[in-house]
Design a protein around this ligand. Sequence first.
Ligand code: NAD
Ligand code: GLY
Length: 372
Amino acid sequence: MTEPAIIRVALPPEGTDRAYDITIGTGQIAQAGALAAARLGTRSCVVVTDSTVGAYYLKPLEASLRAAGHRLLEPVVIPPGEASKNFVQLEKILDALLARRIDRKTLLFALGGGVVGDIAGLAAALALRGIPFVQVPTTLLAQVDSAVGGKTAVDHRIGKNLIGAFYQPQMVVIDTETLKTLPARELRAGYAEVVKYGLINDAAFFGWCEKNGGKLLAGDSEAQVYAIKASCAAKAAVVAADEKEAGQRALLNLGHTFGHALEAATGFDATLLHGEAVALGCVLAFRLSADLGYCKSDVTARIAAHFAAQGLPIHPPKIQADAAQLVKLMEQDKKAEGGRLTLVLARGIGEAFVARDVDPAAVRNVWAGVLS
Ligand code: NAD
Ligand code: GLY
C-alpha cells in the first residue's frame, strides 16, 4: 500500500459536514472500515454490490469493516450490468434493506461500478428518507466520474438516468488495485471519461492523455493514479461550485447527449458501453462545433485519432434509428429545456461551453454524416 492521495469535495455551506474526502490509492479497500469509523464512528453496515464485483471484493471489504468494529448486515447482491439499473432492482434493494431492519444510521457501501453506485446511491437516498452511504468504485469510469458528486439514478424506458436524486456520499474510497481485474474493454470505456476532463477545460491534460493513455490502459499503476487524481480534482472543483447543475456542472455532460441517444437507440445493451458512447459523443459534439463554425475540423480529427488509437469506437454501430429519431432521443434527454436542445460544444480542446437552443437540423446533419 502506498500513501493515499486525498481530494476534498468542498461542498458548501462551509462549517457543515457536507464536504467529503475522496481517498485514492492502492490497498484502500482494506482501509475502508477505518476510514468510515474515523468519519462516522462504528455503525451497522450493509454492502450493496453486483455478483461479479462481489466475487472479488465483497469479502475484503467486509473484513475491513469488521476489523474496524462495524456490525455487518447481510449484503445485497444484484446482477451486473446496465440492465440492472431499473425500478425492479431498485425495489429489490429497498426490500432487502428494510428486511435487514436498517435504521437511519445504517451505513450503506456501494461497491462496484457506476451501475451499483447509481442505483445503491438512489436506494440510500430513498430508504427511511435517507441513510448515509459510501462509494467504493471499482471501475475506472466510476473512480473518475460517477462515484463523485452525488448524482444517483435508475434508467426509465423513455431514457437514461431519468429517475434519480442528488444525494452525496459520506466519502469515496478508491482502491486502484481493483482495476487489475477489470476487463480491458471496461477500462477503455472509463478512459473516455478521463479524456473528457481534458477536452472540457484542460488542454494540457489532454496532451498528457495523448502521451500516457496507452500506458494507463496497459495497467501502469502510476499513470492510473495520476489520471484518477487529476479527474477527481477536476470533478470535485466543479461539484463544489455547482452541485445541482445550475451552470458549469453541465459541462461535464460533454458527449453525453449524443452518447445517451446512442445508448437508448441500442436499448442500453452491450453494443455500446456508456464510456464508449461518451467517446463517440465527444467526437460528434466536436464535429457539430466545427459544423457550426466554433472550432476547426482538424481538432475533431485529433480527438478521434486519440480515441481510435486507444481502441475506442469513433463510428456509431449499426442501429435501427435514423438521424431524425436520434435527434428526438436527444430532445428527450433530461438536459433539454422545453424540448430544445442544450448541448456542450467547444471552441477547441479545453474550451467547452454550454450551447442552448441548438438548431436540430445541424444536429441531424451530424448524425446523417456518420450513420452507416
Ligand atoms: P458497470 O457498473 O456496469 O460496471 C461494468 C462491468 O464491470 C460490470 O459487469 C461489473 O460487474 C464489472 N466490474 C466492475 N468493477 C470490476 C472490477 N474491479 N473487476 C472486474 N469486473 C468489474 O459500468 P460502469 O461503466 O462502471 O458505469 C456505467 C454507469 O455509470 C452508467 O449507468 C452511467 O449512467 C453511470 N454514470 C453515472 C454518473 C454519475 O455522475 N452518477 C457518471 C457517469 C456514468
Ligand atoms: N457525470 C456528470 C456529472 O456528474 O455531473
